[in-house]
Design a binder for this molecule. Structure first.
Ligand SMILES: Nc1ncnc2c1ncn2[C@@H]1O[C@H](COP(=O)(O)OP(=O)(O)OP(=O)(O)O)[C@@H](O)[C@H]1O
Ligand code: SF4
Ligand SMILES: [Mg+2]
Length: 361
């Protein structure tokens, strides 16, 4: 069991006791692990290893807050999100979620273990918007039926009421109600993403995962969709887990930012601490990759280039998982002892033996 003093969330002594979950916290992820077994042999019955996609991460999100989750491809961002929503069954760990029950009272449920009827309620409250607006919408359905589908599944309203709701949602996401009878291929990438957002909003969720919602869009369109997400958050009091590859995309929308590397969280802090006082060498490298609009600074700045490839999550390096690529790694320490995730400044968590504030331009 991990030392609770060094836990980014306070671990309840009894995992079923959620009485210490502060009223303003909507989601608490505790020691989440997700492994994908690698099997072989007749009928794939023999397990020969596991992809360690998410290896013991903990965080919490307050109501109305946006937590940005950042890291290179394959570091486990989507697996974290899908485990939180239980689109994937976590291997271990808890996902406490504050849900509004039918009676209007708050109810705290463990999504990782909740029974089917509770999950049905949870799935109304937690929604996801996917990266690829081209693949995530059924090309044979009209926009109206795509947006109304969740309402139909939950038996909400009459046909006419659902159509009214669709029109209202189209307006909310900045599309015209006249678009209801068209098909996804008639829309641009940015517009399709708006349709995906309208669908996700249809059941009035309180929590949304945005899994790289703008990565597939033109840079010129990205800002529009980000602004829309920002406005919707204010309008509907939404809480976001916002996933992105790079630190520039989440900067404006996030209240706090968490950085992942190879299935582990390496740094987490509120926005200003993370961008102004980054302490983990991997965060420094990610930051140095963000282009700066001032050409003079951009030309003269030093980039931190990481050597080597990301190691395989089936066989992560011992000690600190970043040691094979870290410019500051010390042999005998970093490749032996795993650094703890420690709170080095209030609310600023870092997993490194040699943390150091470094301004990266
Ligand atoms: N269903 C699966 N079966 C086996 N391995 C998987 C599965 N889904 C993901 N993985 C592996 O788990 C690791 C984490 O993947 P994940 O998709 O969570 O990364 P990511 O950070 O979202 O990457 P990207 O930025 O490319 O979306 C990767 O090594 C991936 O290959
Ligand atoms: S613990 Fe060592 S290898 Fe890991 S990030 Fe810190 S300095 Fe680098
Ligand atoms: Mg992903």
């Amino acid at each position: 069991m991990t030392d609770t003093k060094n836990d980014p969330v306070v671990e309840p002594s009894d995992p079923a006791d959620t009485s210490d979950l502060p009223d303003d916290v909507i989601l608490r992820v505790n020691h989440l692990v997700k492994e994908f077994p690698i099997t072989k042999g007749v009928f794939f019955r023999k397990q020969v290893g596991a992809v360690q996609a998410v290896s013991d991460i903990s965080f919490q999100i307050k109501k109305g807050e946006t937590l940005g989750l950042v890291g290179e491809s394959g570091c486990g961002k989507s697996t974290t999100a899908r485990s939180v929503l239980r689109l994937l069954q976590p291997t271990s760990g808890d996902v406490w979620f504050r849900m509004e029950s039918e009676s209007g009272e708050d109810e705290i449920v463990n999504v990782a273990t909740a029974k089917k009827d509770v999950m049905r309620q949870v799935r109304r409250d937690m929604q996801i918007v996917f990266q690829d607006p081209y693949a995530s919408l059924n090309p044979r359905m009209t926009v109206a039926s795509i947006i109304a589908e969740p309402l139909l599944v939950y038996g909400e309203g009459t046909k006419q009421e659902r159509l009214e709701k669709v029109k209202e949602l189209l307006r909310v996401v900045g599309l015209s109600p006249e678009h209801a009878n068209r098909y996804p291929h008639e829309f641009s990438g940015g517009q399709r993403q708006r349709i995906g957002v309208a669908r996700a909003l249809s059941l009035n969720p309180s929590f949304m995962v945005l899994d790289e919602p703008v990565s597939a869009l033109d840079v010129s369109i990205q800002a529009q969709v980000l602004n829309l997400m920002d406005d919707l958050q204010d309008e509907f009091g939404l809480t976001y887990l916002f996933i992105a590859h790079d630190l520039s995309v989440v900067r404006h929308i996030s209240d706090r930012v968490a950085v992942m590397y190879l299935g582990k969280m390496v740094e987490m802090a509120d926005r200003s601490s993370l961008y102004d006082r980054p302490m983990h060498p991997y965060t420094h490298a990610l930051m140095s990759a963000v282009p700066i609009p001032d050409p003079e600074i951009e030309l003269n700045r030093e980039r931190i280039l990481l050597e080597g490839d990301i190691p395989s999550p089936t066989n992560p390096p011992p000690g600190c998982r970043f040691n094979t690529r870290c410019p500051k790694a010390e042999a005998g320490i970093c490749d032996v002892d795993e650094p703890e995730f420690r709170e080095l400044e209030p609310g600023h968590w870092v997993a490194c033996h040699f943390p150091e504030v470094q301004q990266v331009y």
